[in-house]
Design a protein around this ligand. Structure first.
Ligand SMILES: Cc1ncc(C[n+]2csc(CCOP(=O)(O)OP(=O)(O)O)c2C)c(N)n1
Ligand SMILES: [Mg+2]
Length: 718
């Protein structure tokens, strides 16, 4: 008797299906296959020289499609990495959109053709624009999760953020979470550890997905990660839910992610899923893994390919037969073909559009709108008191403002506030603010500069207005990548879809005898060199009030440089100019008018130039002193006007003599105003060396009045 053909029917109630119905399982496979086909198509386009770069998500499709299924599109906040194509597709990014990115089209929603392929970003789905930097996303995700907690408690802040420019993308929903992912290699970045630390301290609703394909380009995981397992290594983080799964199996991945995501949604703390995946297509099309991976290793990986395993599973379980698989694949192939044709025909961005979205198109901090008359009242305040007073008034006015950094709070242990005066910053610039506005608005951060700036980026991206403090300029460097590659670039690289209008306050400059090399540095030119960033440096208390308020109210990232030497000087004090006093950026101040020589300066040298001018005035030489106040943008008209008037000019600055900020000003004067000059442009600056501990070397870092006087006299000899 012929044996009866047994038709196997899937038991969808079997535990291995994890409650997923047939349609969802098919959708999972479809998304995984679509992701792979898009990669394949890009590879073909690259080989045809129609695109310039390709990095694939191959081998990562199962875990990322499963995670995408569990995230809520447009509700949860997504900080992905380049191998998250299936996740993005699952959330709603279309195949055409991913290919518009590959070809660098004008209408690419992630960057308008500015970034490489697979640098995901989509405001509609809360996918925050990614840079190429591995690891920077972790601390930004922390800031985004802090925004979740903040908005939950402060609906007024949310309402205000929604009314601000790009407010259409500001959102908060109950139980939302923040997703952040990376490969195994990127977990070696400090920002990964900094982020876990804060996520656990604050029990933030953050879902970490580590997609471990065993390699970071050519570096294997045992050389990357102590003990070879990131999930084991993070085992002692308090309150962190940890799971490990086979990331090539969508059902096992789904189960692991579901539990982890629920943990986050329940606000029990952050969760980390460590998924073992494969990387069949080398690191990118610029890499050939045969150079460092054995044939056996590659063979073993091939057996774990998520696509072939899952299609086999679907057939074996009777969910799809071979014909249905083939139909589904043919349908997807067609979809990819059509999307590719459309992408290849799409318009490129125009060359001049490169200038667009460097700064906010909505708020111009150099405009007349920021001109205001002071309404003085109260006793004179020092510069440092003015910082606190201005922050206080702005915080009253705008609940989106948070203030954080090292030691900025009055006392983190709130119960102590009854009996102690409070710290409020090592210079007291934030004194009393926690007491007044609460510990959720004014708080101490761990001692981790990259995460201070990264968190500010995450908050600002979601519509908050962080005013973060870097305690000393000398220690800003761990944050350099967050500043240069993230904070300044977010708006430009997302073609205006995201922005980071955070204020970074930084105490800068030589200030005390014995401050030595690590409490005395300048280096503002390094930051004025960053497009997208505004850099200001007031020299008086009045300008602190006006410029700090403009910094907070403007829509761009601002580095607010506070000179430590000036914080408590009696000569620059001012009465409080009122809660709406602003000073536009890019407008210099004529400190003293004069008709023989001009000194263009800023920061701590303004007062010294003023004293020099007074002394020279008594000797019959009339000196004009210009305080730039804003370093980027700067007031070229004021510079040109004083040069045209006096024909003799000194640029005085504390930054290094060579390549210092004033060197560029001097160069531009020589370049554009040469005919106006009766004498060479002179620089008076710190020497190209460090400030030593010995007091007699103090003036190495901060030029003295006598240096300025001598320079003026030499200039008059021409
Ligand atoms: C900060 C930084 N350093 C180096 C690189 C160059 N780079 C790009 S990807 C990569 C390896 C990343 O490996 P992993 O995190 O394991 O992710 P995978 O590519 O394996 O998925 C490196 C070194 C970079 N983009 N950013
Ligand atoms: Mg890797």
């Amino acid at each position: 008797m012929a044996s009866q053909t047994r038709i196997k029917v899937a038991k969808l109630d079997s535990p291995k299906m994890h409650g997923l119905d047939r349609d969802t399982l098919v959708r999972l496979y479809r998304t995984m296959y679509l992701s792979r086909k898009l990669d394949d198509r890009e590879i073909q386009l690259k080989r045809q020289n129609k695109i310039y770069f390709q990095i694939s998500s191959a081998g990562h499709e199962a875990i990322t499609a499963a995670a995408g299924l569990l995230l809520r599109p447009g509700v949860d906040w997504i900080f992905p990495y380049y191998r998250d194509r299936a996740l993005c597709l699952m959330l709603g990014v279309t195949p055409l959109e991913t290919l518009l990115q590959a070809v660098g089209a004008k209408d690419d929603p992630s960057s308008g053709g500015r970034q490489m392929p697979s640098h995901w970003g989509h405001p509609e789905w809360n996918i925050v624009s990614r840079s190429s930097c591995t690891g920077t996303q972790f601390v930004q995700a922390v800031g985004a999760a802090e925004a979740t907690v903040y908005y939950q408690e402060r609906p007024k802040a949310l309402a205000k953020a929604k009314k601000a420019p790009l407010g259409q993308y500001v959102s908060y929903e109950d139980n939302e979470i923040v997703y952040v992912s990376s490969g195994d290699g990127a977990t070696s970045e400090g920002e990964f550890w900094e982020s876990l630390n804060t996520a656990c301290i604050k029990k933030l609703p953050m879902f970490y997905l580590i997609e471990d394909n065993g390699y970071a380009i050519s570096v294997p995981v045992e050389v990357q990660t102590a003990g070879g397992s990131i999930s084991k290594l993070v085992g002692s983080f308090s309150g962190l839910h940890i799971a490990e799964c086979d990331g090539t199996d969508p059902l096992e991945s789904y189960a692991a992610c579901r539990e982890a995501i629920q943990y986050c949604r329940d606000r029990r703390g952050p969760a980390l899923v460590h998924a073992q995946v494969t990387r069949p297509y080398s690191h990118s099309l610029s890499d050939d893994e045969k150079l460092y991976k054995s044939a056996e290793e590659r063979e073993r990986e091939a057996h774990r390919d998520p696509l072939s395993k899952f299609s086999l599973f679907l057939v074996r379980e009777g969910l799809l037969d071979q014909k249905q698989i083939e139909d589904l694949e043919a349908q997807v192939d067609n979809e990819v073909r059509e999307a590719a044709d459309q992408a290849l025909a799409a318009a490129e961005p125009s060359i001049d559009s490169i200038q667009v979205n460097v700064y906010s198109p909505d708020v111009d901090p150099t405009s007349f709108a920021f001109e205001a008359e002071p309404q003085y009242h109260g006793a004179p305040k020092t510069m440092v008191e003015m910082v606190a007073a201005t922050l206080s008034d702005e915080m009253l006015r705008d609940e989106r403002i948070t203030v954080f950094g090292e030691d900025v709070a009055d006392a983190s242990r709130e119960e102590n506030l009854k009996n102690v005066k409070g710290k409020g910053g090592v210079f007291k610039a934030t004194a009393g603010l926690q007491r007044k506005f609460g510990a959720d608005r004014v708080f101490n951060s761990p001692l981790a500069e990259a995460s201070i700036v990264g968190r500010a980026i995450g908050m600002a991206t979601r519509g908050l207005k962080p005013v973060a403090e870097i305690q000393f300029f000398d220690y800003i460097w761990p944050a350099m990548m967050q500043i240069r590659d993230e904070l300044c670039v977010m708006r430009w690289r997302s073609n205006g879809a995201f922005k980071c209008p955070a204020v970074i306050r930084v105490a800068i400059g030589g200030y005390l005898t014995g401050g030595a090399v690590y409490h005395s540095q300048s280096g503002e030119s390094i930051f004025t060199h960053c497009p997208g960033l505004r850099v200001v440096m007031p020299s008086t208390a009045l300008d602190v009030a006006g410029l700090l308020r403009t910094a907070i109210r403007c829509d761009d990232p601002v580095m607010f440089l506070e000179h430590k030497h000036l914080y408590r000087q009696p000569y620059n004090r001012s009465e409080y100019p009122g809660p709406d006093y602003t000073v536009p950026f890019g407008k210099a101040r004529v400190v003293t008018e004069g008709s023989d020589v001009s000194i263009i300066t800023y920061g701590a040298l303004v007062h010294r130039a003023e004293v020099a001018a007074a002394q020279l005035g008594r000797e019959g030489t009339s000196v004009e002193v210009i305080d730039l106040r804003s370093l980027s943008p700067y007031d070229w008209e004021a510079i040109a006007a004083t040069v045209r008037k006096n024909h003799r000019v000194i640029v005085a600055y504390e930054d290094m003599l060579s390549w210092g900020y004033g060197a560029e000003i001097a160069a531009r004067i020589a370049d554009e105003l040469f005919e106006e000059l009766d004498a060479p442009v002179r620089r008076v600056a710190a020497m190209d060396t460090f400030c030593a501990y010995q007091p007699n070397l103090e003036d190495v870092i901060l030029p003295q009045t006598s240096h300025l006087i001598n320079a003026v006299k030499r200039l008059l000899e021409y």
